[in-house]
Design a protein around this ligand. Structure first.
Ligand code: C2E
Ligand code: CA
Ligand code: CA
Length: 830
């Protein structure tokens, strides 16, 4: 609104000046019509226009142009009187305006300003001195006064008109603009007037024609000079293009200035010593400092100390001229103290005036990108649940440790491989949420009891590893393992529940033999397995024997796979005898492996491997099918009442099989055996590991008509309180109790308790490992119903078992020919 008003005023003002100028011009033309100085005046006009153009770039004192047009207009006034001067000024101003390419009104306005001011000068001079030519005919004080009046008036009028127009345009006070304009127009006018007066005297001396000739010579000389300069233009731009360049430079400087100030990225001009000289808003925003705080301070102060070295060496290279520009990602310290990641580009700028070297910084805030990258990187190398390093990061650290130990064998380290002993039980019984909480709590405890330089990582599941570096002696690792075990044994409260856990630890020490991180980790793992199988909640140190065992195990695994394909398994049968009357009750089927090279391999050695590899499922199916088939045949051959039963072992893995029920049902149907003649043996620990699902599984097996027996009873978790819940028919007293039994000792009491417990719960009992007459006598005394052991027979082949059946059948009593009073007597030997 305001600027529209200004524009309107400006236009009206310009139009008024133009009208005034036109009137003055018309009046002059009317007065000039009769004069006969057309040709000299035309020459003057041409010279004026030419001179204005030519000399515009010839700066006086580096500031103002040579006042040639003013001088010539003034000369016209002295020679041909006021009207000629007015006309000349109109023509010259118009021509010059045309060159600068202004629009119509401005063009006329510029001419009008000159015409009006010249007219006023003429008017005032005539008013004061009558005729102008007379005043200057003889140079005197009057002529000096006239010059002064003319100059002051001319410049005052021009400055005033210009100031009124400008002031409205750029909204500045009129007096200010007038001051600026007036000063220099007055100077130019004065110089012009003096030149004109000198020219007048020259003309008086030499005559007008000669003066014109001289002017022509000056013009020719000027032309030659210009041609010479044009040829030399490559080396030095001529005055006009220099002027244009200067104004272009100024414009470009201004453009640069505003681009600099408002750039979206941070920009700064920095001295070669590192002082901020000029900074833009974005930079202030990025760093959190105000412009005043930054200017004059040192950029190195707020550079992150870790990036200082690289930044300085980059700048040094840049200043040496080795590279034109440098770029790096580095950190600044924000005013509030946090890190700011930036993409920092730095290049050189030479100051043309002072010849000094400055640095131009371009700074782009990349903190968010960096944080995202850091997060991704962190996620790739850390366990999501516990936040501990993961396997990848641990392996990295381990590789570095191996490399360090290689350079300096003094630098020993050790790897601790940890596995929680009861994690599965806790996870299955208390749920995954508690399981997760337990893992997190363990992670925190591990961190707390290790030195800051050590690495603790989670490999997955309930397995953790610790890398202990800079150890002086091997027992340091043992000491750490003991501390960890002690820490982890303390109860944890998770979601209001108290949870206990223990950990088995395998330790592997650094040795020059280790080339790969995987090898030492594998050995620590082997030692951990050793700790598990040696009874859990303990630690074992890896040694070469363990390695040999591990290799052996690996070989066993391979061989076992082949054994399944090549059917290298067979079954032996061990009789189970009624201790009351020595009747044969049935057999336990025991699997055997005849290895092509190693010969006979004990199930104690291969069953755990088969468990771990899952091969037990196939092996177990074979045993179940074969022994059921066999028993069915024997029952047919030797019918008895009650019929003989077959006991078949089920491993934990088999018991956890989802389709176990279907498999058993299928085999019962296939072999046509009476389900009641099949007894499945499950160890106490397998049942106790997951009470809920085990109970359900036992119930379903029972529903098939199958009998169930708890194997190795008394060795595992104390299941006494749960026992009544399980649908169990038989308890098998573990061999260890029977073997260690003697009159009135603790083991005898245990056996007595188990027997009584079984009787109370309506179960029967089988004592395992009966080897001696004494044991037999004691067991009979304790009321133990059944026995199994070398005293009666070792496990025997099918025909051996068949012979036992037929022999006992043949005997009148259908019983093992045993006399309890007699000394030890092994009847059947495999
Ligand atoms: P188990 O179920 O406790 O089997 C009894 C083990 O004690 C058998 O060892 C047997 O030979 C041995 N034994 C029997 N009487 C005596 C004795 O008077 N003195 C001594 N010292 N030992 C006696 P075996 O056959 O070596 O079996 C070992 C273990 O392997 C078995 O322990 C059982 O847990 C497992 N096993 C054997 N066959 C199978 C099978 O077919 N499937 C599964 N899942 N496990 C099996
Ligand atoms: Ca058994
Ligand atoms: Ca057993």
């Amino acid at each position: 609104m305001e600027s529209a008003d200004n524009q309107r005023f400006n236009r009206r003002f310009m139009q008024a000046v133009v009208a005034l100028g036109a009137l003055a011009l018309l009046y002059s033309l009317y007065r000039l019509a009769s004069a006969d100085f057309a040709i000299p005046l035309l020459l003057l006009a041409l010279t004026a226009i030419h001179s204005k153009e030519r000399f515009a770039a010839v700066r006086l004192a580096g500031k103002r142009r040579l006042p040639a047009p003013e001088a010539l207009i003034f000369l016209a006034m002295l020679l041909f009187d006021g009207e000629a001067a007015i006309l000349l000024s109109a023509v010259v101003a118009l021509c010059l305006s045309l060159r600068t390419g202004k629009d119509g009104l401005s063009l006329l306005f510029n001419s009008a300003v000159t015409v009006v001011s010249t007219s006023l000068v003429v008017f005032v001079l005539r008013l004061n001195f009558g005729s102008i030519s007379e005043v200057f005919a003889n140079l005197s004080m009057t002529s000096v006064n006239a010059v002064c009046i003319a100059v002051l008036l001319h410049s005052a009028v021009r400055a005033t008109i210009a100031a009124i127009g400008e002031a409205y345009k750029i909204k500045q006070p009129v007096w200010k603009i007038w001051g600026i304009n007036y000063a220099w127009t007055a100077l130019t006018c004065m110089a012009g007037a003096c030149l004109a007066t000198a020219a007048l005297k020259l003309i008086e001396l030499a005559g007008f024609e000669n003066f014109v000739a001289m002017t022509a010579i000056v013009m020719v000389a000027d032309f030659s000079f210009r041609s010479y300069r044009a040829n030399d233009a490559f080396h030095a731009p001529d005055a006009k293009s220099a002027g244009r360049q200067k104004s272009e430079q100024k414009e470009s400087e201004e453009r640069f200035r505003s681009a600099f100030d408002y750039a979206a990225i941070g920009m700064a001009l920095v001295s070669s010593e590192g002082r901020w000289l000029q900074v833009n808003r974005s930079l202030c925003d990025i760093l959190g400092y105000t412009e005043d705080e930054l200017l004059g301070s040192d950029f190195l102060i707020i550079t992150h100390p870790d990036d200082l070295g690289t930044a300085l060496s980059n700048i040094r290279n840049l200043i040496k001229g080795n590279v034109p520009t440098y770029q790096m990602e580095k950190r600044y310290i924000h005013k509030q103290g946090h890190e700011v990641w930036v993409n920092w580009s730095v290049s050189l700028a030479r100051d043309t005036h002072t010849k000094s070297v400055h640095l131009i910084f371009q700074i782009q805030d990349i903190t968010n990108r960096k944080l995202a990258e850091q997060q991704l990187h962190h996620d790739a190398f850390h366990d999501a649940l516990t936040g501990l390093p993961n396997r990848a990061l641990f392996m990295d650290h381990l590789k570095l440790a191996i490399a360090r130990a290689k350079r300096n064998p003094e630098q020993m380290f050790a790897v601790l491989y940890l596995d929680l002993d009861r994690f599965k039980v806790i996870n299955d019984s208390l749920g995954h949420m508690i399981g997760d909480q337990l893992l997190v709590a363990i992670a925190r405890r591990l961190e707390a009891c290790l030195r800051p330089g050590d690495t603790v990582a989670r490999l997955g599941g309930d397995e953790f590893v610790v890398l202990i570096e800079d150890i002086k002696a091997e027992n340091e690792a043992i000491y750490v393992a003991e501390r960890v075990q002690k820490e982890l044994r303390l109860p944890l409260t998770l979601s209001g529940r108290e949870v206990f856990t223990t950990v088995s630890i395998g330790i592997a020490h650094s040795s020059p033999n280790y080339q790969h991180a995987e090898d030492i980790l594998r050995d620590a793992d082997t030692a951990m397995y050793r700790a598990k199988s040696a009874g859990k909640a303990r630690h074992e140190i890896f040694d070469t024997a363990m390695h040999a065992r591990a290799m052996n195990l690996l070989q066993l695994e391979t061989d076992l796979r082949r054994a399944v394909e090549r059917e290298e398994f067979f079954i032996q049968y061990q009789p189970i005898v009624d201790l009351d009357n020595f009747h044969l009750r049935g057999f336990e089927a025991l699997v055997r492996w005849r290895h092509p090279e190693r010969g006979f391999v004990s199930p104690i050695d291969f069953i755990p491997v088969a468990e771990e590899t899952g091969l037990i499922v196939q092996i177990g199916e074979f045993v179940l099918r074969e022994s059921c088939k066999q028993m069915q045949r024997w029952q047919k051959l030797f019918p008895s009442d009650p019929p003989l039963f077959i006991s078949v072992n089920l491993s934990g893995r088999q018991f956890a099989q989802h389709d176990l029920i279907n498999e058993v049902a299928y085999i019962l149907n296939e072999t046509k055996i009476d389900p009641h003649s099949l007894k499945l043996e499950i160890t106490e620990s397998v049942v106790m590991e997951n009470i809920e699902t085990a109970t359900e599984m036992l119930r379903q097996l029972r529903a098939l008509g199958v009998q169930l027996s708890i194997d190795d009873f008394g060795t595992g978790y104390s299941s006494l309180s749960y026992l009544h819940r399980f649908p169990i028919d038989t308890l098998k007293i573990d061999r260890s109790f029977v073997t260690a039994m003697s009159d009135n000792n603790e083991n005898t009491e245990i056996v007595r308790t188990i027997v009584m417990l079984a009787q109370n719960l309506g179960m029967d009992v089988v004592a395992e490992g009966v080897e001696t007459n004494e044991q037999l006598a004691l067991l009979r005394k304790l009321g133990c119903e059944n026995g199994q052991g070398y005293f009666f027979s070792k496990p025997v082949h099918t025909d051996g078992a068949e012979k036992i059946i037929s022999d006992t059948y043949a005997s009148q009593a259908q019983a093992f020919p045993v006399n309890p009073a007699s000394s030890r007597k092994v009847l059947y030997v495999a």
